[in-house]
Ligand binder design. Sequence first.
Ligand SMILES: Nc1ncnc2c1ncn2[C@@H]1O[C@H](COP(=O)(O)OP(=O)(O)OP(=O)(O)O)[C@@H](O)[C@H]1O
Length: 305
Amino acid sequence: MATIEIRGLTKRFGARTAVDDLTFTVRPGQVTGFLGPNGAGKTTTMRVILGLDAPTAGTATVDGHRYRDLPQPMRTMGALLDARAVHPSRTARSHLRCLARSNGLPDARVDEVLADVGLTDVAGQRAGRFSLGMSQRLGIAAALLGDPAVLMFDEPVNGLDTEGIRWIRALMRRLAAEGRTVLVSSHLMSEMALTADHLVVVGRGRLLADCPLPDVLTQGDRTVLVRTPTPSDLIARLSADGVTIRSDAAGELLVTGLDSEDIGHIAAAAGIVLTELTPQRASLEDAFTALTSDSVEFAGAGSES
Ligand SMILES: Nc1ncnc2c1ncn2[C@@H]1O[C@H](COP(=O)(O)OP(=O)(O)OP(=O)(O)O)[C@@H](O)[C@H]1O
């Protein structure tokens, strides 16, 4: 099955490095979320994959070829980068027909994809009058035209209403369930948590994580909440290199650097009573913030991320 392979990819614009030695593989049958703060290099990477920007170093291939070398690009890969990049005076149907004809695809596909994205009723209207949501659907129809095994969408839910967002989520899941390779970018962890199976996280052009969605939670330090009637005794026993202990409310400690099993054993050996011992689960949003906190390009004053 077709994959997207990124190997040692670097893209510089003058002195600015937008993508910095990025290596990852996007696999079939799952939604891969391409996640990172604004300016992390997601769009640039996608433009290089499509051959719209030339890499400074490294390679990006789709099904083993550079996009421009694919014998039938639209049959291999469909992409939505900028939904507004449509001739405004063309109707939705004529836009798709032009694309189909110039790519040797049958006219019949046009009505199929219009139905697929729910635009049949407005197919005769000018694309220039479309709302953002309708433009996104038209862009997705164009991406689906060649029935490709690989699909790539840049921030597809941006600016959409709830119904549009739900529809796009369901579409991504369906395309992956059909065995296709789906890469979707977002700067929102909350969005990716609902759609993606696998995450590729980037910050300032660099790879920060490449793992199944649940594993993002286990990256970084875990914290354990401990309650004891004798906190100062426990602090004395737990203190060691690499262990951080915050003491919040009376008798409540937040311990980082030891897991709950270690803490339980140390307390038992010292005869210290524990009344609570709870591993704190970081939320996905916390995990994302922790991963990208050093790589946010435009953090506002007082911003935590
Ligand atoms: N054509 C260009 N010329 C100069 N700098 C560019 C160009 N395109 C992108 N950049 C810079 O490269 C960096 C990465 O931008 P990119 O758009 O790829 O990030 P992104 O992760 O897609 O962010 P966003 O979510 O804001 O679109 C940014 O610092 C951006 O300003």
